[in-house]
Design a protein around this ligand. Structure first.
Ligand SMILES: NC(=O)c1ccc[n+]([C@@H]2O[C@H](COP(=O)([O-])OP(=O)(O)OC[C@H]3O[C@@H](n4cnc5c(N)ncnc54)[C@H](OP(=O)(O)O)[C@@H]3O)[C@@H](O)[C@H]2O)c1
Length: 314
């Protein structure tokens, strides 16, 4: 990939896509092709084909997807399965037919079986039943992995698939109805400090262990792997360590300056006791995450405070 290469980042307004654009620009890649959903609906095969024919991208980062939590997945199974299958099929096929030199597609750690041994290695894929709450999304993502592998096998198309861990950072969703645990706790602790409340409620027992990666580290890995990885096998992208939800909540309270109590609501589901990716393959390639969790939370809190002062716009 040259600094002047034509690079299409699909989903450039999202958490991951926006971080990839920041990383590419910082590294001097200036020829970014960007279209938001209103300009290019990736579920529309004819529109995707016309875009690739006209713009002739050379490298593609596929960070567009219909994403959401348990509630959204269970309410809209059709959209999670159909839209994600359509996006992957349209983009991967157009990449191949229009001469894209390399495609990097983003998956998710939810593609691994519910009871996969921890930390989860890449070869755990398709080794057992999925977590039922997000199987629609996971099945679509697994189909995307297989599609990329099939185009490589049959046509020699250079497509790689990355499986990131839980991400957080600037651009995250802080809506308490639909956000992930880290931004939700950050917002709760912030609002409790402002309101001088004596406690915040944390869902679950606080004991499950989870891995969190700053999205700028993810974007750095995405560019690194575009340059240095070209194999059919999926590759995990994570930090290689986890924290308990209690430890995470305590860290967030320190960053925010909230000194009240943590109350654990054990009536809320905990989910699996641990979810951690094995990142031995990524480390062997020479890449490691650089942003510590507390440092990354502090940077995200600064971003959150800035967006609180201005109308939010990604
Ligand atoms: N966030 C995480 O913790 C995490 C962890 C692991 C993996 N990932 C993966 O990273 C990828 C991106 O996730 P994210 O967190 O960045 O999600 P996000 O913030 O919701 O961004 C998704 C992007 O996809 C775009 N998009 C959705 N449907 C589209 C369509 N039909 N046509 C065109 N664009 C469409 C959205 O456009 P609009 O802005 O116009 O809606 C948005 O820009 C996903 O594959 C996800 O599985 C994320």
């Amino acid at each position: 990939m040259e600094k002047s290469s034509r690079i299409y980042v699909a989903g450039h307004r999202g958490l991951v896509g926006s971080a990839i654009c920041r990383r590419l620009r910082a590294a001097g890649y200036s020829n970014l092709l960007l279209r938001d959903r209103s300009q290019l609906d990736l579920t529309n095969q004819a529109a995707v084909d016309a875009f690739f024919a006209a713009e002739k991208p050379e490298y593609v980062f596929l960070a567009a997807a219909k994403v959401g939590g348990i509630l959204a997945n269970s309410s809209y199974p059709v959209e999670f399965l159909r839209d994600n299958l359509a996006i992957e099929l349209n983009v991967i096929d157009a990449c191949h037919r229009h001469g894209v030199k390399k495609l990097e597609a983003l998956g998710s750690s939810c593609i691994y079986p519910r009871l996969a041994p921890q930390p989860m290695r890449e070869d755990a894929l398709l080794s057992g039943p999925l977590e039922p709450t997000n199987e629609w999304y996971a099945i679509a993502k697994i189909a995307g992995i297989k599609l990329a592998q099939a185009y490589r096998k049959e046509y020699g198309f250079s497509a790689i698939s990355l499986m990131p861990t839980n991400l957080y950072g600037p651009g995250d969703n802080f809506d308490l109805q639909s956000s992930h645990v880290l931004p939700a706790l950050l917002r709760k602790a912030h609002e409790a400090r402002i309101a001088r409340s004596s406690e915040i409620v944390v869902w679950g027992s606080g004991t499950p262990r989870r891995e969190f990666m700053h999205v700028d580290d993810m974007a750095d890995a995405a560019v690194f792997l575009m340059l240095h990885y070209d194999q059919p096998e999926i590759i995990n992208v994570g930090v290689g360590s986890d924290v308990s939800i209690r430890e995470l909540a305590e860290m967030i309270c320190r960053v925010v300056g909230f000194e009240g109590r943590l109350v654990f609501d054990a009536s809320k589901a905990d989910g699996p006791p641990q979810k951690l990716l094995d990142v031995a393959r990524l480390h062997a390639l020479g890449w490691r995450a650089k942003i510590g969790l507390e440092q990354g939370i502090a940077a995200t809190y600064e971003w959150f405070l800035t967006t609180q002062r201005q109308p939010v716009g990604k």
